[in-house]
Design a protein. Structure first.
Length: 240
């Protein structure tokens, strides 16, 4: 098992170093795990995590990166491995809103479009000047909406967080524990841990038996026939 220490980058394999550089905040988060003494896994676990991250699609990778940046579901290497499974990634949602103001404006715009668009359109197209003026008044009032405060309030209610990847929500109730420990690592990643003893195959046992027979000293054919109880002795022919 490799000895990983905080800030000692040479102890990490090339695969995990690539991930550290590619995902914002991943390097810092991994160093925090090690500095806090939290379980950070063997080299096999780190390599397995790196391969699982490399296999993620664009959307799944964004959700993973957003969780890491927000410090969610990444308290250990095992937890991050669990985060890479589709069963857990599908529990999250990410939207292209990178701060509270953008999200607040999106929510207000959506609400107006969904519930008041027809009414405002009718007012604006009315023959009555008073109705048209009312429609213009509503449009002017939209400028004074505090989108940032509205978006922040919504984020608090939704337990959402703004990241470089977007606005992240979901994952309530924690992750499903699909990965439980090093024994769940596929054999090709299981470096530095004991593997179960494998029994030789039938063909291997047959080959071993034949090799043993080949190496055993053989008795002369005549002696084997003479000593064999099944060999019948010929009676002497009578003299003429």
């Amino acid at each position: 098992m490799a000895d990983h220490t905080a800030g000692n980058a040479e102890n990490f394999s090339a695969s995990i170093m690539d991930i550290r550089a590619d995902i914002p905040g991943f390097a810092e988060r991994l160093d925090e795990i090690i500095a806090q003494g939290a379980p950070h896994g063997s080299q096999a676990e780190l390599d397995y995590l790196a391969e699982r991250i490399e296999g993620l699609g664009v959307g799944s990778r964004e959700i993973f990166a957003a969780n890491v940046e927000a410090g969610r579901n990444c308290g250990s290497v095992a937890e991050m491995i669990n985060l890479t499974f589709d069963e857990n990634l599908s529990r999250f949602h990410i939207q292209p809103a990178f701060n509270a103001e953008i999200y607040g404006e999106f929510l207000v715009g959506t609400a107006v479009q969904d519930t008041h668009a027809d009414a405002l359109s009718s007012l604006g197209a009315s023959d009555d000047p008073a109705y048209r003026e009312l429609a213009e008044y509503f449009e002017r009032m939209a400028v004074f909406v505090d989108y940032e405060a509205y978006g922040m309030d919504a984020a608090l209610k939704e337990n959402g967080v703004f990241t470089e990847q977007g606005y992240l929500t979901g994952g309530d109730g924690g992750l499903l524990e699909i990965y439980r420990g090093p024994d769940d690592i596929p054999p090709k990643h299981a470096v530095g841990r004991a593997r179960p003893e494998e029994k030789p195959s039938v063909m291997a046992r047959i080959a071993e038996h034949r090799e043993t027979q080949r190496k055993e000293p053989k008795e002369p054919r005549e002696a084997k026939q003479r000593d064999s109880p099944n060999v019948s002795k010929r009676k002497p022919e009578p003299e003429l």
